[in-house]
Ligand binder design. Sequence first.
Ligand SMILES: O=P(O)(O)OC[C@H]1O[C@H](O[C@H]2O[C@H](CO)[C@@H](O)[C@H](O)[C@H]2O)[C@H](O)[C@@H](O)[C@@H]1O
Length: 277
Amino acid sequence: MELTSNEAKERYAALAANMSRTVIGLDFDGVLSPIVDDPAQAHIHPDAHDVLVPLATKALAVAVITGRPARQALALGGLDEIGAEIAGEGRELYLFGQYGNERWSSTQRRIVSPRPPAGLARFLRELPQLIRSADVTGAYIEEKGLAVAVHTRQLDDPAAAQERLIPVLEKAAAQHDLSLEPGRAVVEVRAGGMHKGLVVDYLAEQLEAGGFLFAGDDLGDLEAFHAVADLRTRGLDTLLVCSASDEQSALVELADVVVPGPDGVLDLLRQLTADAP
Ligand SMILES: O=P(O)(O)OC[C@H]1O[C@H](O[C@H]2O[C@H](CO)[C@@H](O)[C@H](O)[C@H]2O)[C@H](O)[C@@H](O)[C@@H]1O
């Protein structure tokens, strides 16, 4: 683990000492689950269970905060089982799906979800034509109920395909009052108004947190990084962890700790559990 400054070392030590009042916020894809070509096969890291359960016994709460639909994150993450063990220890696992639009927790064990945004059905009808006009035929379409993600990872040149896709989808999304969420070899179209930063604020307030760690890897985690940085200015102990890849570097300069992908995230969380009183 690379602590990026002396300040980062101090932040790590303060957060570890204050773990019982700290919320651990974790992104799913690229942080708890290694990136794979097929989004339906992105299972959680095999060590995650053995790291998250002991971590949860020391932290105030653990929250998975993801762009995935909550139902899918539960299945790919085995989060129902992990949550049951955490609940058995008298602690809570939270899951926020679709960037905070869907909510689940290990004591409630029920997904609360809003209706899909009004323009999504019309957007979906136009999507095949939009894909042709962006010249990304063969892109994988992931329908998410509240949103749709168009993946370019399976194409010959994913980055170039994504570049062609963004302006086309952005224009159409705006016509249907929808927002664009670009990510690693993916462009997502969803309702605006909700993001991971609002989830961070919600958890910090509801749980009266004294500390907040957030680990992310992609553009959809930026708002959470900014929200945690804001909590720092309000006196909370914080640690920002970037799960590094050669696909996205936007979080690196904001992070206190840069780790090599999900293996590195789990090593850090293991260390933090050991260092906490
Ligand atoms: O907020 P996250 O947990 O990071 O979810 C963001 C999106 O992740 C998924 O796509 C990413 O992971 C796939 C599987 O490894 C990979 O094939 C793809 O290229 C990545 O962008 C997911 O499919 C999306 O629905 C999520 O919104």
